[in-house]
Design a protein around this ligand. Structure first.
Ligand SMILES: Cc1cc2nc3c(=O)[nH]c(=O)nc-3n(C[C@H](O)[C@H](O)[C@H](O)COP(=O)(O)OP(=O)(O)OC[C@H]3O[C@@H](n4cnc5c(N)ncnc54)[C@H](O)[C@@H]3O)c2cc1C
Length: 599
């Protein structure tokens, strides 16, 4: 089979928010290509609803330092404070940059960017929620993606859309390109590069109930793992409190930002008990756990595994009065149905479409949904990928966005901080990769550059067992949801690890029906499931080892945070045949010593 070869100084894997921001900046100093398995504007960034954070203080007092502190606290003190500070102080500049590119943010009457409250973002003096999330209705990610894509087209970035990257080419320990399959033809392409940036997004499809797109199968992280490089803090995966019951589709935290509240079967606004100051706007790990406890204690709606999210104007107005919530001018906060419809049009639409419910008139049934990977490919603030706990850099390899772990989110991400992470670190990746490429030569391409990728596909194509990929995927999702979800215990996680290993074994005996070349989704779905299995094993092994509760990693058998022994990042290597090596590295603490988190 002939292999097509291309050469670009910088190759970016992924065309989402992080990839496009990186492309925009890399293309200013180097020949740049974006390779994306989806058409770029279909990337998951387009599904982001609620907003992007920046302490621009358009409606009330706010400071980048408050944003920094909230992010450190939200991370349950596992975030690296140098990276967090860098991101929060860069945020205002990036928001204005997006605005100048043409991003249609919602506006105040005076024409300034409108902002709304989001979980965990507070006024550090009063502890009350602060309006820090900039938004374009509830389609903020869509607007970011469209804006960046237009800018990339304008800047002549080269796009290879619907090309799925299967392998990373490394020569003498340096990144030298990637191998991809062209979905429309089945042809294999080699992209020879001086620098590679991985921006492939997350892996929420590992769990049964998830807000994540079907494409969220962790391809980039799994590729890096197979190259003998570690993944960081994989045990920390965020469950968002409000997914549509059974479907997992996200209902943005912006609903609670606009005054919506969570209600149990007794009609109680139960978050008052768990987070007396910020209530429904506590950080996501805190709210998801509270919901699980309510349901476990029998206060789910009709005894079932869901609760109500209520944004009906009468409910919002009632609780706004109780909370003493005011508008920026000091007048009492009150909303009408039309105002809610104007601020949350897509949410109203989703509920009507998927549930036949109008949220202006009825409460929405919700349950926690697997949402966001805090862990991923370890990088430093320059987005250079790291190969060990000492911070050794892999030359020419960069990562940004959800697939990376820089680590600004630590053990728990605050809402609206991911879109910020994408633009801040996407930009850094583009700048540093182009700079590196300018000073580097193309490494000679090995003759067998495409062999590993082809062998992976061939082994799936030629496998003649009777296992079905869909069954294996369903069993993985179920066990991860039940045993490595919001609450975890030793025994359950061990059971999950054994199950995943059994599934990996069974995967060797799969059978796929489509043997063709054109858009062979059967083949590529199987390959994606193998990525998820590898990441599920690493996630569970990392989680089993961490004997404490911190952020999203909550253990019934070790309910307390243990800074003495566990204020450290996990690095996990897959050494083959189920041998997972775990090592640890310290958290970067600059100003904020760990304290108990009170919301
Ligand atoms: C429903 C939802 C709502 C959210 N709302 C918010 C919000 O309001 N605020 C906020 O801050 N965060 C939000 N988040 C989180 C945030 O949107 C994501 O973390 C972020 O958009 C990820 O961006 P990314 O660029 O890393 O990845 P993506 O935008 O997903 O892009 C990944 C890219 O990688 C490509 N790719 C993947 N694998 C391969 C491969 N093998 N070969 C080639 N290309 C590949 C894909 O084609 C895609 O272009 C939300 C997430 C979800 C799921």
């Amino acid at each position: 089979m002939s292999i097509k070869t291309h050469q670009f100084e910088v190759v970016i894997v992924g065309g989402g928010g992080a990839g496009l921001m990186a492309a925009l900046y890399a293309s200013k100093g180097a020949s740049t290509a974006v390779i994306s398995k989806l058409y770029p504007s279909r990337s998951h960034t387009g599904a982001a609803q609620g907003g992007i954070s920046a302490a621009i203080g358009n409606l009330e007092e706010d400071h980048p330092e408050w944003h920094t502190y909230d992010t450190v606290k939200g991370s349950d003190y596992l975030g690296d404070q140098d990276a967090i500070e860098f991101m929060c102080y860069k945020a205002p500049e990036l928001i204005y940059e997006l605005e100048h590119m043409g991003l249609p943010f919602d506006r105040t009457k005076e024409g300034r960017i409108l902002q709304r409250p989001f979980g965990g973002h507070t006024n550090n003096k009063t502890g009350k929620p602060v309006r820090r999330a900039c938004h374009a209705a509830d389609r903020t990610g869509h607007m970011i993606l469209q804006t960046l894509y237009q800018q990339c087209i304008k800047n002549n970035v080269n796009f290879f859309d619907e090309f799925q990257v299967l392998d990373l080419i490394m020569v003498n320990g340096k990144a030298a390109g990637v191998v991809a399959i062209e979905l429309a033809t089945g042809d294999i392409h080699v992209f020879h590069a001086k620098a590679v940036i991985i921006t492939t997004g997350g892996w929420g499809r590992m769990w049964e109930i998830t807000s994540n797109a079907y494409a969220y199968t962790g391809d980039g992280a799994a590729m890096v793992l197979r190259k003998g490089l570690p993944l960081q803090d994989m045990e920390f995966f965020q469950f968002h409190p409000t997914g549509i019951y059974k479907l997992g589709i996200l209902i943005t935290e912006g609903v609670r930002g606009e005054g919506g509240v969570l209600i149990n079967d007794k009609g109680e606004r139960f978050m008052e008990k768990y987070a007396p100051t910020v209530k429904d706007l506590a950080s996501r790990d805190v709210v998801s756990r509270a919901m699980y406890i309510e349901m476990k204690e029998g206060r789910g709606i009709n005894g079932q595994r869901y609760l109500y999210l209520d944004v009906r104007p009468e409910t919002v107005n009632k609780y706004a009065k109780i909370d003493g919530r005011t508008n920026p001018d000091g007048t009492p906060y009150q909303v009408t149905g039309e105002e809610i419809l104007h601020k949350l049009p897509d949410i109203i639409d989703f509920c009507k479409t998927y549930l036949g419910i109008d949220p202006i008139k009825e409460p929405m049934p919700v349950q926690p949904t697997a949402h966001y990977a805090m862990g991923g490919i370890p990088t430093n603030v320059k987005t250079e990928v790291l190969s060990d706990e000492k911070g050794t850099v892999v030359p020419g390899l960069y990562a940004a966005g959800e697939t990376a772990c820089v680590s600004v989110h630590g053990a728990n991400r605050l809402g609206t901080n991911s879109l910020l992470d994408l633009v801040v670190f996407g930009k850094e990746a583009g700048i540093h990769a182009a700079e590196y490429a300018r000073g580097a030569e193309f490494a000679p391409l090995p003759d067998d550059a495409a062999d590993f990728a082809r062998a992976q596909l061939d082994s799936i194509r030629n496998s003649k067992g009777n296992e079905r990929v869909a069954d294996i995927a369903a069993e993985m999702k179920q066990v991860m949801m039940d045993k490595v979800g919001v609450f975890r215990v030793e025994e359950g996680m061990q059971e999950a690890l054994d199950k995943i290993r059994e599934l990996k074994e069974r995967f060797k005996h799969i059978h796929i029906d489509d043997t063709g070349k054109v858009f062979n989704t059967d083949l590529l779905t199987a390959w994606e499931v193998s990525n998820l299995l590898d990441l599920a094993e690493i996630t569970t092994a990392s989680a089993l080892a961490r004997k404490e509760s911190r952020g999203a990693h909550s253990r019934d058998d070790y309910p307390k945070r243990d800074d003495q022994n566990w204020l450290k990042h996990t690095l996990a290597w897959a050494r083959g045949d189920g041998d997972i090596e775990l090592r640890y590295k310290p958290v970067v603490i600059t100003k904020y010593e760990p304290k108990e988190r009170v919301y």
